[in-house]
Each structure stands twice: as structure tokens, then as C-alpha cells.
Design a protein around this ligand. Structure first.
Ligand SMILES: [Zn+2]
Length: 280
């Protein structure tokens, strides 16, 4: 466990002893009672509480655990299982409260040796560590991943930014990157209630990645869900960036809704890191 962790300050390997991770240069990081570790360098935080706040974390957990995205989870699991890996190291980049990380970790066939969940949000990592005791959760900056180079077999990232150079550095040759992103009509009905000028999503993960990443599969998943109560409607709103853009008049309308039919439109892109074989 934890054999690839690096000190975020000096990049030396970290050793765990008595719930404290430390490097040869005497930088140390305590394991919190919930089991997570804060590897965020204080002066690199751009704000006091970076990342998703507690309200968003609670909303996302409530929504995801209601099962609305279970079909997405099944598709993700099938894609990874199809690769036939075993004994792997998995990194969930921007893992949030750990829902998708745990879903991968529970696949016995993967024989996961190390499963790292990294997120910059403390409330998210705290919630992940509390609920999923078997996961290794770290408050960390995924733009500067505290892992050794070529240490990870699979990176997954769900609705999160892609950091091509860092993903390339930590992935082993022929390792995989699974990206879940929004398809054009994802949450269309909700967006229509928030914005006067609705624009379909237009995001292509390939454009964010270097030539080291070769796309091996691309699939879409689109279905409708019926949000069954006010709470779930608000939870969904709060877990999206729409929430921060919702003017009070529109929020008042949304808060009155009893049910809402919503389009889920996901794009699953699987990339392989091409080996840079330097043999003659
Ligand atoms: Zn150090």
C-alpha cells in the first residue's frame, strides 16, 4: 500500500509510520482519524477552502446514492473489466466524495492493489474516507499529482478537468485513462430552467490530451430519468455549476417543482498511453 506516494514539497518518496507519512527531508503529513491524508501544500492553495464545499458534497452523495447514474457506473465498470487487468493501481482524479472510486474498487476481478482517490476538496475527501474505509483518500492537487512516474495502471476521471502532462507522467506505458464527460444534451432540461441562452455541451476530451494518449474507444450513453421529489431536484442542481448561476427568480421556480424529467447524456472515452519504447 501507498508505495508510490511522493512528498508534495520535495517529491521524495513518503513512508508511513504510526499514522504519519514522512519523507527524508522531514516533511510530514498526519493521517486523520477518518483515514485520509492532507497532501495539499498550504501555500499552493488558491483559496482557503478549495474545491467543492460541504453542501455540494452532501447533495452529490444524496443524488448518486439514489441510483440515477447507476447505468453510467455499470458502463464504466464494463469498460474497465473488458481491459482484463488484474493487480492494478487505480487513480481517481478529482474523486469527490468517492462514489465512482468505490464502485471501481468493489470489482473483485480487478484485484486492485492500490486505489488512490485524490481531490482538492477537504469536505469531499473527508466524506469519502468516512464512508469507504478501504479507499486511500488524499486531499491533493491533481495538477501536481503526488505519485511516482509510471506508477498507475488506470486513471479514471468523471466530469473533471484533464491534466494531460501529469496523467502522462504517472501512467505506465500502455496504461489507460477513462474519461467520463457530458454529452451535448446532458441535464438539458435543468439548464433550460437556469439559463436564458441554453447551449448544448460541446466538449471533446481528446483536445485536452497530448499525442501520448491514443483513443481506443468512444461511446455515448443517453437516457431519461424522472427526479422523484424536490430534494432530488435540488440535489442535482447543487452538484452542478448551474447552481452558482441560478438567479433567485429562477431558483424559486425550480424549488416549486415536484418532479422533473431530465436527460442524462454521457460520453465515455477510453485512452491508452502509447509506450515510449527507447530500445533500438
Ligand atoms: Zn519532502
Amino acid at each position: 500500500m501507498f508505495e508510490y506516494l511522493l512528498c508534495p514539497v520535495c517529491k521524495s518518496p513518503l513512508e508511513l509510520e504510526n499514522r504519519i507519512f514522512s519523507c527524508d527531508n522531514n516533511h510530514s503529513y498526519d493521517q486523520a482519524k477518518e483515514g485520509y491524508v492532507n497532501l495539499l501544500v498550504a501555500n499552493k492553495k488558491r483559496s482557503k477552502e478549495p474545491g467543492d464545499n460541504k453542501e455540494m458534497i452532501v447533495a452529490r452523495r444524496q443524488f448518486l446514492e439514489a441510483g440515477y447514474y447507476d447505468s453510467l457506473v455499470e458502463r464504466m465498470q464494463a469498460l474497465i473489466l473488458d481491459l482484463g487487468p488484474a493487480g492494478i493501481t487505480l487513480l481517481d482524479s478529482c474523486c469527490g466524495e468517492g462514489f465512482y472510486t468505490a464502485k471501481m474498487h468493489e470489482l473483485a476481478e480487478l484485484e486492485i492493489e492500490d486505489c488512490y482517490g485524490f481531490d482538492v476538496s477537504k469536505p469531499a475527501i473527508k466524506a469519502a474516507a468516512k464512508k469507504y474505509k478501504d479507499l486511500s483518500c488524499f486531499i491533493a492537487n491533481v495538477q501536481d499529482i503526488p505519485l511516482e512516474e509510471e506508477s498507475v495502471d488506470i486513471i479514471q476521471t468523471v466530469f473533471s478537468p484533464l491534466y494531460s502532462a501529469e496523467f502522462e507522467r504517472v501512467l505506465r506505458d500502455e496504461g489507460y485513462l477513462l474519461v467520463v464527460s457530458a454529452g451535448p444534451e446532458h441535464l438539458k432540461e435543468l439548464a433550460l430552467k437556469v439559463y436564458d441562452n441554453y447551449k448544448p455541451h460541446n466538449y471533446n476530451p481528446s483536445e485536452q490530451l497530448s499525442a501520448a494518449f491514443q483513443r481506443v474507444s468512444l461511446s455515448g450513453l443517453k437516457y431519461s430519468i424522472e427526479l422523484k421529489n424536490k430534494e432530488h431536484i435540488l440535489s442535482l442542481l447543487k452538484m452542478t455549476p448551474y447552481y452558482w448561476n441560478t438567479v433567485p427568480e429562477k431558483l424559486a421556480v425550480i424549488e416549486k417543482l415536484e418532479t422533473l424529467e431530465i436527460t442524462c447524456d454521457f460520453v465515455l472515452s477510453l485512452f491508452e498511453k502509447i509506450g515510449t519504447d527507447e530500445e533500438e
